[in-house]
Design a protein around this ligand. Sequence first.
Ligand code: HEC
Length: 234
Amino acid sequence: MSAWGVIKTAFFTLLTAGFFFIIWIHNPFAHKEVYELPEEAEGIVNDPKSAVEGRTLFKQSCSSCHSVRYDGMYLLSLEARPEWEKLLKTMGKPIIEKEGEKVNIKGYYLPRDVYEAVALQDLENLKASFGKVPPDLSTIYLARGAGYLYHFILDPQKVLPGTSMPKLFFPEYDKEAHIKVAKIVAYLKSVSEPPPSEKAKRVVMGVVTVGYFLVMGVILWFYRRRVLERMGLH
Ligand code: HEC
């Protein structure tokens, strides 16, 4: 191989290795978390049972303003409508939950455009009261991370000065406030992350895809050599 060839090979090898390093191992460009999750909250945030309790807490404290469409959780005002159930079943996709052998329908997923069209009046009312529509929280965990959410829910003004999101938990009066907030974060985490079986499947898919390209690359490289040899160019 010529010197130029060596340089080219080294360059592209480094580029490829760097790419996979960033997406799989460490991304120096990722948003750095400034808000730390306290140690006692960490166990709760990662516990699937807490996530289930967090769902109930979310429904009580948050679903008057926020939806979580990925989990089939909609504004309370919508769920009070007489035709709501029928609409979900007609327009929605069932969200399946597996418990061992048992398969339950946990709720219905509505595409964003359908949801926003149906909920328009309710969303406008919220906007009139709070200056902006409280966002759907299906993927907020991925965008903000556990530490931010924990501190934000506990004291919105401290994290986002001027926000119209109200403070809902008061550790001064409620000894459980910190635990409840951690459970809500656990819930938001469980919604935005795929279940473990799905995660494993994605890793396998990733490895198979990269493996396929590597094997094809090697085969093509040998094939190219053979063709060049036959043409008398090698
Ligand atoms: C009375 C209405 C109301 C309730 C109840 C409410 N929120 Fe909010 N929330 C808002 C509004 C309005 C915003 C948009 C605030 C902004 O962008 O300034 C918001 C924003 C948020 C955000 C996004 C913050 C960001 O950085 O973008 C999160 C997360 C959130 N709320 C979580 C919750 C949780 C969890 C609960 C229940 C414990 C809850 N909210 C209850 C009105 C509400």
